[in-house]
Design a protein around this ligand. Sequence first.
Ligand code: HEM
Ligand code: SF4
Length: 593
Amino acid sequence: MYQYTDFDRQFVRNRAAQYRDQLERNLAGELSDDDFRPLRLQNGWYIQRHAPMLRVAVPYGELSSAQLRVLAKIARDYDQPDAHVYQTAQTTQAKLGTATLPTGYAHFSTRQNVQYNWIPLDKSADVMDLLASENMHGIQTSGNCIRNITSDERAGIAVDEIVDPRPYCEILRQWSTLHPEFAFLPRKFKIAVSGAREDRTASAWHDVGLRLVRADNGDIGFRVLVGGGMGRTPVIASTIRDFLPWNQILNYLEAVVRVYNRWGRRDNMYKARIKILVKAEGQRFTDEVEAEYQQIIEIDGAPHTIAQSELDRVSASFVPPALKGHKPDSALKVAQILRATAENDVEFGRWLKQNVAPHKNPDLRAVTLSFKRLGHAPGDATASQLETAADLADQFSAGEARVTHDQNLLLPWVRCDQLPELWRAARQAGLARSNIRLLTDMIACPGGDFCALANARSIPIAQAITERYQDMDELHDLGEIDLHISGCMNSCGHHHSGHIGILGIDKDGQEWYQVSLGGSDGSTLSGTPVAGKVVGPSFGAAEVPDVIEVVLDTYRRERQNGETFIATFRRVGMDAFKQAANSVRQTAEAELA
Ligand code: HEM
Ligand code: SF4
């Protein structure tokens, strides 16, 4: 994984020291809250519904075991609100029906970051120092700038990989961090980079999606997608360049972001994302970018062309780790042991199928630890679970883990012969549920339990559905399904791209939920990226699990030859599903009448 340099270390530590000074001046009354606000936001500190929320950047999702331990320490020692803050929060949430608000945990986000919901602001400088001790920070996790670069959680190990995207992500990270020209864009700007045939990054749903490709002559380059995004107006990104030589990516992105900076709708926050500009201008946007790019090449002298030596220098960080006690000649024997273990234990077999993915190195596997389990919000990790994950990473995965787009943790370097041992250890920690890519491996945002912008709570909906689908036979029979939940139109829970999407809405101060079907993030399972369609009028919270159930019953009735949910939905069409979903509302209305 990336080896932080002295420059990186110094940079992050300096930032933490500056932040401490800013906070102390604010607490002493020398720096007004208004003046302090942009400074804390630039370091990832938001003020949310009940308390400050901290977003920690995790570049392309990579975390070392040492970083995981620091995140665990922060969860245990700092994600603890002052008593009066917690009391007020509990009272507020109790009115909505939330029993207890959890504290002492970290939350994995879909953009591979980590969030905390309770850290008191007066402790925030201590937390920044702790993060900096392992080269972490919250820079550019907020505000209208280029945010954390995300990538494929299986980067560098996927069997379908064309080129490892991580060196490019790292170069982009260095280019975009504190880039003076792009600190105040019209709106936030999110970039995802994928180097594999399958898009596991939802690249078409990003402001910029970069797909590494190999031309017929063997040259490496990028397909450049621009203008994807969710929110109120879901838009799939357009391809504006089929092939851009890899060494031109910074020059070209400079052109894209400049055009956006110049023409983005600063007059209207709801129209400020680049997707609106790309949609409105079409070919004119591409022409502007190409003209700007030509200028950067011809007049400015292509200043950001990446030299081969620079790519080699950065790539040196990403050589596969040497694995302790590795026995490459025992593959056949290992396969026999795994098969025998799976035959003796159905759950191990299911875990192998769902949570274990193939690896470029045939002696290794990528293993996903499931953070989707009953009693926890999707993607929440307690301090002790983070520590266990760190121990598992040390013992089984060369000290490395990755945050996944689906809000789990992946161990990228697991020896096949150690799979049974890892499974037992992960199971003991409650992280081996064999539900990866199944219904209960859902994406959900924090919603109305924590987020000040929410229209409705997401977590109780996620929990009610999880509770209903605890039977592993049933879950596996239903197969792979993307269920995505957002608490408002900002779409942090990616409801538009879910095969089943749930969106919280506010009707007369009450929580209601819209259900949409047929969305896709662009992965192999889901097919061409597309936004789901709403089934009809919205539902009360208690009705949502029933709606999911009738939709899934319709799938079971209609499916042919082991089709997935999304394949059946596309073949059969919306009507049957819509009718089933709306029958829940009609039943509820009949009871009220
Ligand atoms: C509670 C704290 C959060 C707040 C206040 C917040 C706020 C927002 C807002 C205002 C937007 C819309 C920006 C726009 O379209 O102009 C947004 C987008 C987004 N958020 Fe969050 N968010 C929060 C937490 C999260 C979490 C936990 C995740 C991941 C699980 C997340 C993932 C995203 C993503 C992926 C988008 C982009 C959606 C798109 O493509 O339009 N956010 N967020
Ligand atoms: S989707 Fe809405 S409710 Fe959910 S985290 Fe984003 S802003 Fe908050």
